[in-house]
Unconditional design. Structure first.
Length: 555
């Protein structure tokens, strides 16, 4: 059912109903705050008229009047914090109309087709999602700029990977239901309910970061009241947003409906490729103080590779002949770099600006400056832990060798496995894994704190550091050991057999031998680490001409 007799969809009616429920909670809270004052007025008026005289009435008047004043002061304090608290904004890359006139034109044409208000501005987020965000709070205005009007339309936030992977028509189809959400956002009841809920949420956040005894006491009370009201509004606010989404979806059905189905498939594909690119490719660089400056361009390469490998994605690569949505930007490279830096801050906690220990890296430089450096750094750490454990160097030329690692993990140069009672791993492997874990923990603890954003930042999270969204859970000692042994093998392959570091768009660092990526190393390393069996790895090394007894270069 798409409409009613009044011309409104069921979703819009549901959203308005829930918005009114939220506003009723606000009205009840105001009524409770004014109740003592109303009783005091009645008692004072009765005394002035001579109808409520005598000692007991006078005492009641004083008590109620004092109570009313206290309640009004507390209510005013709570209201002031709720009104003045600045709701948190999503960290985004601001996109001016000058930087993307064609994209602004596309969004405005889409809003006109949908018969809804156009978004007031556009912004990009380094994630595979898009939404509308209200930025009408005075604290969100750009310093020195004009104050936003309360009736201004929300900002449209677009996932930056969409611009590089999707074609122009697909992006328009994906944005249609999002842009359609400006219509219910403009309704006064829904807008008022949203402002109230956002104010409560901001007040709770302010109370949670209170400092000092007096502020803790005062804001603690405000926080309790705000949380109480927020719990009362939670269900209604959630249902209101569901109604808004349903109304927007219904309104957008008439716009590119067939293309929207195809575009939604691209959303899922973009999310899968973006996740692999961040966890397998960007994360190793971030951990060593480098950030890939063209992540959005990289997602195209990653998804093209995924299309080549996955039969389910067949035909998607043929779309690349159509006009990409990033052509709607005046300077795609500059925007990509800004979004890539923000992604590093969100998912890893890097600084807000480039520096000596936090520098960008191009994709052409990635194998040499990230992959090779990663391998040699981990190999050096592996040998430092071996030194701490008192493991003697292997026979042969002096210097760090792969043979030293293999002999230690296999229980001797003969390669005879030394198993634990459980049948997996060794006593030597556990101690080496524990030593590497401790070394990594010490290095992470010694890392400098993440710099904060400037207090006058026009958007983002103000003076607080950005919230981190970790890409991977903490690695176990065994996983770290396997990574470090793999790194040592790769160093030996590069230094003794002419191999080269490479980049796989979906799997990250790769070992190239004779120009081809080798994918058969991991199983042989696991046999050494888990079973203390060096035989599979020794055979692999021999077949490729890799000399484990030769020293390698470390950082």
């Amino acid at each position: 059912m798409s409409g009613t007799g009044s011309g409104e969809s069921m979703g819009a009616l549901a959203a308005r109903s829930r918005a009114l429920a939220v506003l009723r909670i606000r009205s009840r809270a105001l009524a409770v705050a004014l109740l003592p004052a109303a009783v005091a007025v009645v008692l004072l008026a009765g005394g002035a008229m001579g109808r409520m005289g005598g000692g007991s009435w006078d005492t009641a008047r004083w008590i109620v009047t004092v109570l009313a004043v206290v309640v009004l002061l507390l209510a005013a304090a709570v209201a002031a914090v709720i009104v003045r608290a600045s709701p948190a904004l999503s960290p985004t890359v601001e996109l001016s109309e000058r930087a993307a006139p064609d994209l602004y034109r596309l969004v405005r044409d889409l809003a006109e087709r949908l018969n809804v208000p156009a978004p007031s501005a556009l912004a990009l987020t380094p994630d595979c999602d898009s939404w509308l965000e209200d930025r009408t709070h005075p604290a969100h205005a750009i310093p020195g700029g004009p104050r936003r009007r309360s009736a201004e339309a929300p900002v449209l936030v677009i996932g930056s990977p969409f611009l590089w992977w999707m074609r122009v028509a697909e992006l328009r189809a994906v944005l249609a239901p999002v842009v359609a959400g400006t219509a219910p956002s403009a309704h006064p009841d829904i807008a008022a309910a949203r402002r109230f809920v956002r104010g409560l949420d901001a007040a709770v956040a302010v109370a949670a970061h209170r400092q000092g005894l007096i502020r803790r006491l005062a804001l603690g009370f405000v926080g309790r009241i705000a949380r109480l009201l927020l719990r009362g509004c939670q269900v209604h606010a959630s249902e209101m947003e569901r109604g808004v989404a349903a109304a927007a979806s219904e309104r957008a059905q008439a716009v590119d409906y067939g293309l929207r189905i195809v575009a939604q498939e691209q959303v899922g594909l973009a999310y899968a490729g973006w996740d692999r690119l961040l966890t397998r490719v960007a994360l190793p660089a971030w951990r060593m103080g480098r950030w890939p400056s063209r992540l959005d361009a990289g997602v195209v390469s990653a998804l093209t590779e995924l299309s080549r490998r996955d039969r389910l994605a067949e035909g998607f690569a043929s779309r690349l002949g159509e006009r990409p949505a990033c052509d709607l930007l005046e300077e795609p490279g500059t925007i990509d770099e800004a979004a890539s830096l923000l992604a590093a801050r969100l998912f890893h906690g890097g600084p807000a600006e480039p520096g000596p220990d936090w520098s960008p890296v191009d994709w052409q430089q990635y194998p040499e400056e990230v992959v090779d450096r990663k391998w040699r750094t981990e190999a050096a750490r592996l040998h430092r832990v071996l030194d701490d454990l008192g493991v003697p160097p292997s026979t042969g030329p002096e210097g760090p060798t792969l043979a030293r690692v293999m002999d230690h993990l296999s229980g001797g140069s003969t390669g005879t496995p030394t198993r634990t009672e459980s049948g997996t791993g060794t006593d030597t492997g556990d101690s080496l894994a524990a030593g590497i874990s401790a070394e990594v923990a010490r290095e992470e603890a010694a890392a400098p704190p993440v710099p904060q954003s400037p207090p006058d930042a026009p958007s983002g999270w103000g003076s607080d550091p950005l919230p981190l969204f970790p890409l991977q859970p903490p690695r176990t000692g065994r996983e770290l050991l396997a990574d470090h042994v793999t790194a040592m093998v790769c160093c030996a392959a590069v230094d003794t057999a002419g191999a080269a570091p490479g980049l796989d768009w979906l799997d990250g660092p790769a070992l190239l031998i004779h120009g081809e990526r080798r994918t058969d190393l991991a199983a042989r390393v696991l046999s050494l680490v888990e079973d203390a069996d060096a035989t599979p790895l020794r055979g692999w090394l021999t077949s490729l001409g890799i000399r484990p007894e030769k020293p390698v270069r470390l950082v």
